[in-house]
Design a protein around this ligand. Structure first.
Ligand code: GLY
Length: 320
């Protein structure tokens, strides 16, 4: 038995590649690193890796994290510039005894020392989106980029080893040095091979208020299925934020337990995610919240998937 669940349609090609590895008995950590790096390398995904949207100073600052569910090893990087694959740096950091979470210049020095590939991650497309956004921004609040945000994944391999990982360029137009939930263990991701794992995407500032990935794993440990745990955690925390603060940011969670069962919950209109298991090739689903706040999902149609790809690859144009 093996399985993988990932946030957003952008994870599809990575999950497909990882599934092939898992089928051939690969380790969960290797499969996961491959899948996340595949998303980081795609210039058309605006919220992760190469082509990720920049901060307010037009610099691409990337965050990533890796957690091993057997040893509970963690490795995290924040606000890293000019490295091709933050996930590889995060995974390398997870092998260190201490100094597992590095940010900014410290993370870059570490990456340089370990010979990770340097790359200017700011693409011409991202610059155009930046310039358009500068024109629009005066009237708008910062929020996760629609239909994108963090790629987060949970993976179970045939030897019952589980890992989780995330990667993101964070909020478009964020302040320099801003970190969201994605590199923060317990908020953006958590995994324990004895139970299962979870990962989040959405507005980091709100996701972090609930340590919601850890909460989902805790609920699974208490006996809830991944679907029950996701539903419970997202609904109750969304309600809590609305009660105390009058609003709740976008929040979508995925989870898988160590039996390969999975679940998802969201507080937004359309959240796409990808699942692959030994019984099922990588499949894109669309989740939404119904009137009662319960998450429902269905397989994405071929038309939806094609339109998604076309929209992402459409030429970027400067607005008048
Ligand atoms: N969820 C990604 C971020 O807030 O940076």
């Amino acid at each position: 038995m093996y399985g993988m669940i990932a946030t957003w349609r952008m994870a599809l090609e990575g999950v497909e590649a990882a599934s092939e590895l898992l089928k051939a008995d690969a380790d969960a950590g290797d499969a996961l690193e491959k899948a996340i790096a595949c998303v980081e390398d795609c210039e058309f995904y605006k919220s992760v890796g190469y082509g990720g949207l920049p901060n307010e100073e037009m610099e691409v600052e990337l965050d990533a994290a890796f957690m091993d569910g057997n040893t509970l090893d963690i490795g995290c990087v924040g606000a890293v510039k000019d490295f091709a694959n933050p996930i590889r740096i995060a995974r390398q950091l997870s092998k260190e005894e201490v100094n597992n979470f590095l940010v900014g210049r410290g993370a870059e020095k570490y990456a340089q020392r370990h010979g990770f590939e340097r790359k200017n991650m700011l693409t011409e497309r991202a610059k155009i989106h930046y310039q358009n956004r500068v024109k629009e921004l005066s009237q708008q609040q910062l929020k996760p980029y629609t239909g994108h945000d963090t790629v987060g994944m949970v993976c179970l391999d045939a030897n019952a080893h589980m890992c989780a990982a995330t990667s993101t360029s964070g909020l478009f137009m964020k302040r320099s040095g801003r970190l969201g939930d994605s590199p923060v263990i317990g908020s953006g991701l958590y995994v324990d091979s004895q139970v299962g794992g979870a990962s989040a995407t959405g507005l980091g500032e709100d996701v972090m208020k609930g340590c919601i990935s850890y909460e989902i794993v805790r609920l699974m440990k208490e006996g809830k299925t991944p679907q029950e745990a996701c539903d419970w955690a997202v609904r109750s925390f969304d309600a809590e934020l609305r009660k105390r603060r009058g609003q709740a940011g976008d929040m979508s969670l995925i989870a898988m337990n160590n039996q390969g069962e999975w679940g998802v919950a969201t507080n937004i209109d359309t959240f796409s995610f990808v699942v692959a298991t030994a019984q099922q090739p990588a499949t894109v689903y669309l989740a939404k919240r119904d009137a009662q706040g319960k998450t429902t999902y269905e397989k994405a149609s071929k038309e939806w998937i094609e339109e998604y790809v076309q929209t992402r690859k459409a030429p970027a144009k400067l607005k008048e």
